[in-house]
Design a protein around this ligand. Structure first.
Ligand code: SAM
Length: 270
């Protein structure tokens, strides 16, 4: 399954790499999965001040009333762990942390072990999740859609693995507008190299708002962060209950009909 629990004794690498680990999408340069040792080593020290001063209320938002099966997409070094701790210890939530970069993942496993927090850690990419449909009640993404090579495919996967009525909670930095966007674009290539593949000018809020599998429960644009990593969007999408609800949009109805026809064809050929 490509997973391990932070409680297991085996070495992180042997525990996480294996069947169910899928790397089907993404940049050619990242075909074998991201691996940024320096970024991973510097991530916590560089983020320390922001983690202390800027992010706590937003991380609390992501972890509020956490219950059921939870997936943390691109969990990094495990920055959300302290916010999940209470729900995990009380048995309210079971958390899977997905992290494809071995250098980040190693730190996430170490942090969970050190604090004795039981989580499952999975080596896979968000664009190709090794979980069945309808597996999770909550999916969390914090500062990860800036880095995922194919964000559309990742959002489709979030829709697939969330149970109907489940929540996708996010905190993501997005593009500025006007001259600041131009400056972000100029800085982009260098930034992406030093910041583990992070893109500064994504319109992630629009991407989330447009997906037909979700109802937008709330989204706020936040004047948070330090240029060039600002502003942010924070919010929650709810997975629609049923295909019938999606059927309100004719283009979706058409796609559902095509999918049903294709399934019928496949059955008929058996
Ligand atoms: C900026 S870090 C954020 C980490 C963490 N969520 C946090 O809030 O601190 C982005 C993370 O996304 C991970 N990542 C990169 N490509 C990914 C992919 N295709 N699927 C899932 N995670 C990915 C990176 O390895 C990195 O750990």
């Amino acid at each position: 399954m490509g997973t391990t629990t932070a409680e297991e004794d085996e070495h992180v690498e042997s525990g996480v790499v294996g069947e169910g680990t899928s790397h089907d999408h993404g940049d050619a340069s990242e075909e074998d999965g991201p691996a940024h040792p320096w970024f991973a080593r510097l991530y916590d020290p560089v983020m320390r001040a922001s983690e202390a001063k800027l992010f706590p209320p937003h991380r609390e938002y992501l972890a509020r009333d956490l219950a059921g099966d939870v997936l943390d997409l691109g969990a990094g070094t495990g920055a959300m762990l302290p916010y999940y701790e209470e729900a995990i210890r009380s048995g309210a939530a079971e958390v899977t942390m997905l992290e494809p970069d071995p250098h980040m993942r190693e730190q996430a496993v170490a942090a969970a072990r050190e604090d004795g927090i039981e989580v499952t850690v999975s080596d896979a990419r968000a664009e190709s999740l090794p979980f069945p449909d309808d597996s999770f009640d909550v999916v969390v993404a914090s500062m990860v859609f800036c880095t995922i090579p194919d964000p559309e495919a990742a959002l489709d996967e979030v829709a697939r693995v969330l149970r109907p009525g489940g929540e996708f909670r996010f905190l993501e930095h997005v593009t500025e507008e006007g001259w600041r966007r131009l400056a972000q674009r100029a800085l982009g290539p260098l930034w992406s190299r030093v910041a583990g593949g992070c893109r500064l000018t994504r319109r992630t809020g629009e991407l989330f708002d447009d997906h037909e599998a979700f109802v937008l429960a709330e989204m706020e644009r936040l004047h948070l962060g330090v240029f060039p990593v600002r502003p942010f969007v924070r919010g929650t999408l709810e997975r629609r209950d049923s295909i019938a609800e999606m059927g309100a949009d004719p283009s979706v109805r058409e796609r559902v009909r095509e999918a049903v026809d294709a399934a019928r064809d496949r059955l008929a050929r058996r």
